[in-house]
Write a protein that binds this ligand. Structure first.
Ligand SMILES: [Zn+2]
Length: 242
């Protein structure tokens, strides 16, 4: 079994700051996403799973349609596996309802003026994110116990929570320690931990940084592009079959 722990907005500097040894595995570094005009979540995961820069195609639909975009099984490297399980990945098996609600609340947060309203929205937004996180976590651990040859679990919590709470170090530390715990329980020979982009602070809030994060328990990948992972994983799969 090959496992990808896909973590939206996992920030290299915070992994270092909080000493997340399980997230770092044996080899880790940044990814190069300079080929993209902006570090956009949908663009980056779409490019990851197809191995092709999909920025133009994803943006062609406009901001709203972008999130509805779904790549077929045949367009992704998942087809090279016999029994893959891909949980909640944007552009593939994404829970549109859950994520749309969080984007709407985020928008609303910046539209309302009173501190009380803002606080109420932040509370609901954070709560939804944690409920969804726990559901994906359960599904991910179930998948790890099954007979899949490939498991990818996508976790949005660091991105969703980070956007409204990045300045809250205590909360970010708690999220990283939860992700660290997830990483510590993946007992397979070939595990890749990958993030689309990181995050930097803008006061209390967070915005996407211009590089991603990777780690593996099998080899040093240097400074890979996110589009390189398709061939890296396909190659691993061939080696596994032999
Ligand atoms: Zn993202």
């Amino acid at each position: 079994m090959i496992v990808v722990l896909a973590i939206d907005a996992l920030e290299f500097d915070l992994v270092e700051k909080f000493s997340c040894t399980h997230l770092k595995q044996q080899f880790y570094g940044k990814t190069n996403i300079q080929e993209f005009s902006e570090p956009r979540t949908m663009v980056l995961w779409s490019s990851f799973m197809t191995g092709i820069n999909k920025e133009k195609e994803v943006l062609a639909g406009g901001n709203q349609e972008m999130w509805d975009k779904q790549w077929s099984y045949d367009e992704t490297f998942f087809k090279t596996f016999k029994n893959p399980c891909v949980l909640d990945l944007p552009g593939y098996s994404y829970d549109l309802k859950v994520h749309e609600k969080s984007r709407l609340l985020l928008k609303k947060f910046f539209l309302v003026n009173s501190p009380e309203e803002k606080e109420a929205i932040r509370k609901e937004y954070n709560q939804d994110a944690f409920v969804h996180h726990r559901a994906i976590k359960t599904a991910f651990f179930e998948a790890l116990q099954s007979n899949h040859d490939f498991v990818l679990g996508y976790f949005s919590v660091a991105d969703v929570i980070g956007h409204l709470n990045f300045g809250n170090t205590l909360m970010m530390r708690m999220i990283y320690s939860d992700l660290e715990e997830i990483a510590s329980k993946i007992m397979v020979k070939k595990c890749i931990i990958l993030s689309d982009h990181g995050m930097y602070g803008v006061g209390m809030f967070g915005d996407h940084s211009s590089y991603g994060f990777w780690s593996t328990n099998f080899r040093d990948l240097g400074l890979p592009r996110i589009t390189d992972f398709r061939s890296i994983i396909e190659e691993l799969n061939n080696v596994e079959i032999k």
